[in-house]
Design a protein around this ligand. Structure first.
Ligand code: SF4
Length: 292
């Protein structure tokens, strides 16, 4: 278990063994993201990866869950990922879950049959940073794809049988009328992708990122807590996907909220509306308790 630099994983992979197969993110250009700024993207050698798997077996014994790091492991050649998946399932007889972040560009670079092959080889859960459904914002934050391409990437993953978590960013349009457009377009793209999980996070400018510089220059105004809740409310009101698990507990969010849509829609809306009506900070996560 040798790790290079800081390692990130989704909240729901807290109990997974983290296997670092790539270093950094193959895209690494999103203006709001500072996760892999200090890393130059590369794929680790297969020998090193297999040594790490062997070390994990010696240290942990049998494992049920593995998360393949870093930012965009699906950018690896398909045959390399298949070799890793096969080694993992051969090494750990109880393994039932392998997850990974997937970038939209890398996803689009794979054919449907490659994605299906990866799913059949045991890559079960994937996390796609959709961020927004708004085409202009996707361009401004340098996500590398249009909203149509993001939709295509999301649909390819769902159609290939992956358990998809789509991640979106509240506040990505900054203050002003585009905040509402961002929320509406985000609900719309999620309705069309139809993931199993929707994870919302809140924009938090990280020093060293382009977004942080934009905030300092006054070019981007960060939403306050209540404005981010207005976006959350619009998303809840407009989601039509059946049985969508909403995950809002991320540390960047002001109001940790969870539920299944549409079953819990009214309860979730009531909670958000109550906080918005009372404008009381006591319901919200304090600024100094927020993080990424
Ligand atoms: S694709 Fe994901 S990990 Fe890579 S820079 Fe963008 S947000 Fe960060």
């Amino acid at each position: 278990m040798r790790y290079e630099g800081q390692i990130f994983r989704p909240f729901s992979e807290a109990n997974s063994y983290l296997l670092q197969a790539t270093i950094g993110c193959s895209h690494n250009r999103c203006t709001f993201c500072g996760m892999y700024k200090k890393k130059k993207y590369r794929v680790r050698s297969m020998q090193e990866i297999k040594e790490d798997i062997q070390m994990a077996w010696e240290y942990h014994g049998d494992l049920e869950k593995v998360f393949i790091c870093d930012g965009d492991a699906i950018a690896m050649e398909t045959h390399q990922l298949l070799e890793i998946l096969n080694t993992l399932y051969q090494t750990f007889p109880s393994l039932r879950h392998v997850g990974s972040y997937v970038g939209p560009c890398s996803t689009l670079s794979k054919s449907n049959s490659e994605l299906k092959e990866l799913r059949e080889a045991g890559l079960v859960k994937v996390y796609l940073g959709v961020e927004t459904g708004d085409d202009r914002i996707l361009q401004e934050v340098k996500k590398g794809v249009s909203s149509e391409e993001m939709l295509e990437a999301g649909r390819k993953l769902v159609d290939s049988g992956f358990n998809l978590t789509a991640m979106v960013l509240l506040g990505l349009a900054g203050k002003g009328s585009r905040s509402r457009e961002h929320a509406l377009a985000t609900a719309d793209i999620i309705n069309r992708i139809k993931p199993k999980y929707l994870a919302a996070m809140t924009v938090t400018p990280v020093p060293g990122t382009v977004l942080h510089q934009q905030v300092q220059k006054g070019e981007f105004q960060v939403l306050d807590a209540f404005e981010t809740l207005e976006e959350m409310k619009i998303i809840f009101e407009n989601i039509t996907v059946d049985n969508l698990k909403f995950v809002g507990a991320h540390a960047s969010n002001y109001l940790p909220i969870q539920g299944t849509l549409p079953r819990d829609k009214q309860k979730m809306l009531d909670t958000v509306e109550m906080v918005l009506r009372n404008r009381e900070h006591r319901y919200l996560r304090a600024e100094d308790m927020r993080g990424l």
